[in-house]
Design a protein around this ligand. Sequence first.
Ligand code: ZN
Length: 309
Amino acid sequence: MIRPDATGETELWTRCPECAELVNRRKLERKLFVCPRCGYHFRLTADQRLALLLDRGSFVEHDAGLGSRDILDFPDEPPYEQRLSETAARTGHREAVLTGTGRIDGTPVAVGVFNFPFMGGSMGSAVGEKLTRIIEHALGERLALVIVSASGGARMQEGIYSLMQMAKLTVALGRLRAAGLPYVSVLTDPTTGGVAASVALLGDVNVAEPRALIGFAGPRVIAQTLNEQLPADFQRSEFLMKHGMLDAVVARAELKRTLARLLRLLDTRDAERARDVEAQPRADGRSAPAGSRHDGGARRTGARRRDDA
Ligand SMILES: [Zn+2]
Protein backbone atom coordinates (compact mmCIF):
# COMPACT_ATOMS: atom_id res chain seq x y z
CA MET A 1 0.00 0.00 0.00
CA ILE A 2 1.22 3.53 -0.74
CA ARG A 3 0.91 5.91 2.16
CA PRO A 4 0.48 9.58 1.36
CA ASP A 5 3.71 11.28 2.38
CA ALA A 6 4.18 14.57 4.17
CA THR A 7 3.31 16.49 1.03
CA GLY A 8 0.18 14.45 0.33
CA GLU A 9 -3.34 15.70 0.83
CA THR A 10 -5.04 15.20 4.17
CA GLU A 11 -8.58 15.48 2.78
CA LEU A 12 -10.80 12.48 3.37
CA TRP A 13 -12.23 12.61 -0.16
CA THR A 14 -10.52 13.25 -3.46
CA ARG A 15 -12.19 14.09 -6.76
CA CYS A 16 -10.99 12.14 -9.77
CA PRO A 17 -9.80 14.70 -12.36
CA GLU A 18 -10.89 12.37 -15.18
CA CYS A 19 -14.42 11.25 -14.23
CA ALA A 20 -15.17 13.67 -11.33
CA GLU A 21 -16.05 10.79 -9.01
CA LEU A 22 -15.50 11.53 -5.30
CA VAL A 23 -13.26 8.79 -3.98
CA ASN A 24 -12.51 8.03 -0.35
CA ARG A 25 -8.85 8.69 0.33
CA ARG A 26 -8.33 5.36 2.12
CA LYS A 27 -9.89 3.46 -0.74
CA LEU A 28 -7.72 5.39 -3.19
CA GLU A 29 -4.61 4.38 -1.23
CA ARG A 30 -5.67 0.75 -1.31
CA LYS A 31 -6.14 1.03 -5.08
CA LEU A 32 -2.57 2.45 -5.41
CA PHE A 33 -4.07 5.84 -6.35
CA VAL A 34 -5.97 4.52 -9.35
CA CYS A 35 -9.57 5.71 -9.65
CA PRO A 36 -11.84 2.71 -8.90
CA ARG A 37 -14.44 4.05 -11.33
CA CYS A 38 -12.51 5.04 -14.47
CA GLY A 39 -8.99 3.72 -13.91
CA TYR A 40 -7.37 7.17 -13.94
CA HIS A 41 -3.83 6.92 -12.57
CA PHE A 42 -3.29 9.77 -10.09
CA ARG A 43 0.19 11.31 -10.09
CA LEU A 44 2.50 9.95 -7.39
CA THR A 45 5.32 11.62 -5.50
CA ALA A 46 8.78 10.06 -5.78
CA ASP A 47 8.43 8.66 -2.26
CA GLN A 48 5.13 6.98 -3.12
CA ARG A 49 6.66 5.62 -6.32
CA LEU A 50 9.61 4.13 -4.47
CA ALA A 51 7.26 2.55 -1.92
CA LEU A 52 5.28 1.06 -4.81
CA LEU A 53 8.21 -0.37 -6.77
CA LEU A 54 11.04 -1.25 -4.39
CA ASP A 55 11.18 -4.02 -1.82
CA ARG A 56 10.33 -2.63 1.58
CA GLY A 57 13.29 -0.99 3.33
CA SER A 58 15.71 -1.68 0.45
CA PHE A 59 16.12 1.91 -0.81
CA VAL A 60 19.44 3.59 -0.05
CA GLU A 61 19.44 7.17 -1.29
CA HIS A 62 22.48 8.67 -3.03
CA ASP A 63 23.44 12.34 -3.32
CA ALA A 64 20.48 13.57 -1.25
CA GLY A 65 22.38 16.79 -0.54
CA LEU A 66 22.97 17.68 -4.18
CA GLY A 67 20.96 20.68 -5.35
CA SER A 68 20.98 23.32 -8.07
CA ARG A 69 22.13 26.92 -7.69
CA ASP A 70 21.14 30.05 -9.56
CA ILE A 71 24.11 29.96 -11.95
CA LEU A 72 22.52 32.29 -14.52
CA ASP A 73 21.22 34.86 -12.02
CA PHE A 74 17.89 34.12 -13.67
CA PRO A 75 15.30 36.92 -13.36
CA ASP A 76 12.44 35.18 -11.57
CA GLU A 77 9.81 35.99 -8.98
CA PRO A 78 10.37 34.61 -6.40
CA PRO A 79 14.14 34.46 -7.13
CA TYR A 80 15.23 30.99 -8.27
CA GLU A 81 17.27 30.16 -5.16
CA GLN A 82 14.35 31.14 -2.93
CA ARG A 83 12.05 29.00 -5.05
CA LEU A 84 14.45 26.08 -4.65
CA SER A 85 14.67 26.38 -0.86
CA GLU A 86 10.90 26.83 -0.47
CA THR A 87 10.21 23.81 -2.67
CA ALA A 88 12.78 21.77 -0.73
CA ALA A 89 11.07 22.70 2.55
CA ARG A 90 7.65 21.79 1.15
CA THR A 91 8.63 18.48 -0.50
CA GLY A 92 11.32 17.30 1.94
CA HIS A 93 13.81 16.83 -0.92
CA ARG A 94 16.50 19.10 -2.34
CA GLU A 95 15.89 18.27 -5.98
CA ALA A 96 13.36 17.04 -8.52
CA VAL A 97 14.84 13.54 -8.74
CA LEU A 98 15.62 10.90 -6.11
CA THR A 99 18.39 8.45 -6.89
CA GLY A 100 19.86 5.44 -5.11
CA THR A 101 19.91 1.67 -4.99
CA GLY A 102 17.31 -0.86 -3.94
CA ARG A 103 15.76 -4.17 -4.82
CA ILE A 104 12.82 -5.10 -7.01
CA ASP A 105 11.50 -8.51 -6.01
CA GLY A 106 15.03 -9.37 -4.86
CA THR A 107 16.94 -8.07 -7.91
CA PRO A 108 19.35 -5.26 -6.97
CA VAL A 109 18.92 -2.14 -9.10
CA ALA A 110 20.16 1.40 -9.44
CA VAL A 111 17.14 3.67 -9.51
CA GLY A 112 16.17 7.25 -10.32
CA VAL A 113 12.67 8.62 -9.71
CA PHE A 114 11.52 12.08 -10.78
CA ASN A 115 9.51 14.00 -8.19
CA PHE A 116 6.83 15.96 -10.05
CA PRO A 117 5.81 18.11 -7.04
CA PHE A 118 9.33 19.58 -7.11
CA MET A 119 9.07 22.32 -9.78
CA GLY A 120 7.21 19.99 -12.15
CA GLY A 121 9.97 17.39 -12.05
CA SER A 122 12.05 19.76 -14.16
CA MET A 123 15.60 18.78 -15.11
CA GLY A 124 18.30 21.27 -14.13
CA SER A 125 22.02 20.66 -13.70
CA ALA A 126 21.63 18.91 -10.31
CA VAL A 127 18.96 16.52 -11.64
CA GLY A 128 21.22 15.67 -14.58
CA GLU A 129 24.22 15.22 -12.32
CA LYS A 130 22.36 12.98 -9.84
CA LEU A 131 21.09 10.77 -12.68
CA THR A 132 24.55 10.63 -14.29
CA ARG A 133 26.09 9.58 -10.97
CA ILE A 134 23.57 6.79 -10.45
CA ILE A 135 24.18 5.56 -14.00
CA GLU A 136 27.93 5.55 -13.26
CA HIS A 137 27.23 3.70 -10.02
CA ALA A 138 25.25 1.10 -12.00
CA LEU A 139 28.26 0.77 -14.33
CA GLY A 140 30.70 0.34 -11.44
CA GLU A 141 28.57 -2.18 -9.55
CA ARG A 142 27.17 -3.90 -12.66
CA LEU A 143 23.57 -3.16 -11.74
CA ALA A 144 20.48 -2.86 -13.90
CA LEU A 145 19.03 0.65 -14.09
CA VAL A 146 15.41 1.74 -13.64
CA ILE A 147 14.39 5.38 -14.11
CA VAL A 148 10.82 6.53 -13.51
CA SER A 149 10.04 9.79 -15.30
CA ALA A 150 7.45 12.42 -14.36
CA SER A 151 8.63 15.73 -15.70
CA GLY A 152 7.68 18.87 -17.56
CA GLY A 153 11.13 18.82 -19.19
CA ALA A 154 14.25 20.96 -18.93
CA ARG A 155 14.30 23.59 -16.18
CA MET A 156 13.84 27.06 -17.62
CA GLN A 157 15.76 28.80 -14.81
CA GLU A 158 19.03 27.10 -15.83
CA GLY A 159 18.72 27.64 -19.57
CA ILE A 160 21.50 26.00 -21.55
CA TYR A 161 22.79 24.17 -18.44
CA SER A 162 19.46 22.32 -18.31
CA LEU A 163 19.56 21.49 -22.01
CA MET A 164 23.12 20.16 -21.67
CA GLN A 165 21.84 17.46 -19.30
CA MET A 166 20.10 15.80 -22.25
CA ALA A 167 23.43 15.19 -23.99
CA LYS A 168 25.20 14.28 -20.76
CA LEU A 169 22.59 11.65 -19.87
CA THR A 170 22.48 10.29 -23.39
CA VAL A 171 26.24 9.70 -23.29
CA ALA A 172 26.07 8.11 -19.81
CA LEU A 173 23.29 5.77 -20.96
CA GLY A 174 25.34 4.92 -24.04
CA ARG A 175 28.18 3.77 -21.80
CA LEU A 176 25.74 1.65 -19.78
CA ARG A 177 24.51 0.05 -22.99
CA ALA A 178 28.07 -0.57 -24.21
CA ALA A 179 28.75 -2.36 -20.91
CA GLY A 180 25.78 -4.65 -21.59
CA LEU A 181 23.76 -3.46 -18.59
CA PRO A 182 19.99 -3.20 -18.95
CA TYR A 183 18.02 0.03 -18.54
CA VAL A 184 14.26 -0.09 -18.06
CA SER A 185 12.54 3.29 -18.42
CA VAL A 186 9.13 3.84 -16.83
CA LEU A 187 7.19 6.79 -18.23
CA THR A 188 4.44 8.24 -16.07
CA ASP A 189 2.07 11.18 -16.40
CA PRO A 190 3.44 13.57 -17.57
CA THR A 191 6.76 12.90 -19.33
CA THR A 192 7.46 15.79 -21.68
CA GLY A 193 10.07 18.16 -23.10
CA GLY A 194 13.77 17.47 -22.66
CA VAL A 195 13.20 14.50 -20.37
CA ALA A 196 11.00 12.73 -22.95
CA ALA A 197 13.55 13.71 -25.62
CA SER A 198 16.46 12.14 -23.75
CA VAL A 199 16.55 9.83 -20.74
CA ALA A 200 12.89 8.70 -20.74
CA LEU A 201 12.74 7.25 -24.26
CA LEU A 202 16.23 5.73 -24.30
CA GLY A 203 15.40 2.60 -22.30
CA ASP A 204 16.24 -0.85 -23.60
CA VAL A 205 12.62 -1.36 -22.60
CA ASN A 206 10.25 1.61 -22.39
CA VAL A 207 7.19 0.99 -20.23
CA ALA A 208 4.43 3.53 -19.56
CA GLU A 209 1.46 3.78 -17.24
CA PRO A 210 -1.94 3.98 -18.95
CA ARG A 211 -3.08 7.33 -20.39
CA ALA A 212 0.17 9.10 -19.42
CA LEU A 213 0.90 12.28 -21.37
CA ILE A 214 4.18 11.68 -23.23
CA GLY A 215 5.60 14.07 -25.78
CA PHE A 216 8.11 16.77 -26.58
CA ALA A 217 6.11 19.92 -27.34
CA GLY A 218 2.55 20.45 -26.11
CA PRO A 219 -0.36 19.45 -28.40
CA ARG A 220 -1.52 23.05 -28.85
CA VAL A 221 1.87 24.14 -30.21
CA ILE A 222 1.96 21.16 -32.58
CA ALA A 223 -1.61 21.72 -33.80
CA GLN A 224 -0.82 25.39 -34.51
CA THR A 225 2.47 24.58 -36.25
CA LEU A 226 0.98 21.86 -38.46
CA ASN A 227 -2.34 23.67 -38.82
CA GLU A 228 -4.02 20.30 -38.39
CA GLN A 229 -6.43 18.78 -35.93
CA LEU A 230 -4.71 16.15 -33.78
CA PRO A 231 -6.25 12.77 -32.92
CA ALA A 232 -8.08 12.59 -29.57
CA ASP A 233 -5.58 10.27 -27.87
CA PHE A 234 -2.54 12.13 -29.27
CA GLN A 235 0.55 11.94 -27.00
CA ARG A 236 -1.05 9.41 -24.65
CA SER A 237 0.64 6.10 -23.78
CA GLU A 238 -1.74 4.02 -25.89
CA PHE A 239 -1.18 6.23 -28.95
CA LEU A 240 2.61 5.98 -28.56
CA MET A 241 2.34 2.23 -28.08
CA LYS A 242 0.35 1.93 -31.31
CA HIS A 243 3.03 3.92 -33.15
CA GLY A 244 6.02 1.95 -31.92
CA MET A 245 7.40 4.41 -29.36
CA LEU A 246 6.75 2.18 -26.33
CA ASP A 247 7.21 -1.49 -25.56
CA ALA A 248 4.34 -1.86 -23.09
CA VAL A 249 1.57 0.02 -21.34
CA VAL A 250 1.26 -1.44 -17.86
CA ALA A 251 -1.36 -0.71 -15.19
CA ARG A 252 0.05 0.46 -11.87
CA ALA A 253 -1.08 -2.67 -10.03
CA GLU A 254 1.03 -4.78 -12.43
CA LEU A 255 4.03 -2.46 -12.64
CA LYS A 256 6.28 -3.96 -9.97
CA ARG A 257 5.62 -7.51 -11.14
CA THR A 258 6.36 -6.50 -14.74
CA LEU A 259 9.62 -4.77 -13.79
CA ALA A 260 10.70 -7.76 -11.69
CA ARG A 261 10.07 -10.07 -14.63
CA LEU A 262 11.90 -7.82 -17.10
CA LEU A 263 14.89 -7.49 -14.77
CA ARG A 264 15.09 -11.26 -14.36
CA LEU A 265 14.91 -11.74 -18.13
CA LEU A 266 17.56 -9.09 -18.77
CA ASP A 267 19.79 -10.17 -15.88
CA THR A 268 23.28 -10.82 -17.22
CA ARG A 269 24.89 -11.53 -13.86
CA ASP A 270 24.53 -15.32 -13.96
CA ALA A 271 26.19 -15.44 -17.38
CA GLU A 272 28.96 -13.10 -16.19
CA ARG A 273 29.55 -15.25 -13.12
CA ALA A 274 29.73 -18.41 -15.19
CA ARG A 275 32.19 -16.75 -17.58
CA ASP A 276 34.29 -15.49 -14.69
CA VAL A 277 34.41 -18.92 -13.03
CA GLU A 278 35.42 -20.52 -16.33
CA ALA A 279 38.21 -18.01 -16.80
CA GLN A 280 39.53 -18.44 -13.26
CA PRO A 281 39.48 -22.13 -12.24
CA ARG A 282 40.05 -22.79 -8.57
CA ALA A 283 43.42 -24.09 -7.40
CA ASP A 284 41.88 -27.44 -6.34
CA GLY A 285 40.67 -28.01 -9.88
CA ARG A 286 36.97 -28.15 -8.92
CA SER A 287 34.62 -25.58 -10.32
CA ALA A 288 33.57 -22.85 -7.93
CA PRO A 289 30.02 -23.09 -6.62
CA ALA A 290 27.56 -20.74 -8.25
CA GLY A 291 26.40 -18.01 -5.89
CA SER A 292 22.76 -17.56 -5.06
CA ARG A 293 20.93 -15.68 -7.73
CA HIS A 294 20.42 -12.32 -6.06
CA ASP A 295 23.53 -11.87 -4.02
CA GLY A 296 24.84 -8.63 -5.53
CA GLY A 297 26.29 -10.23 -8.63
CA ALA A 298 29.63 -9.02 -9.87
CA ARG A 299 30.81 -7.83 -6.45
CA ARG A 300 30.57 -11.38 -5.17
CA THR A 301 32.39 -12.63 -8.22
CA GLY A 302 35.11 -10.06 -7.58
CA ALA A 303 35.44 -11.25 -3.98
CA ARG A 304 35.85 -14.82 -5.14
CA ARG A 305 38.59 -13.76 -7.51
CA ARG A 306 40.46 -12.16 -4.61
CA ASP A 307 40.08 -15.40 -2.57
CA ASP A 308 41.62 -17.37 -5.39
CA ALA A 309 44.61 -15.08 -5.74
ZN1 ZN B 1 -12.13 8.46 -12.29
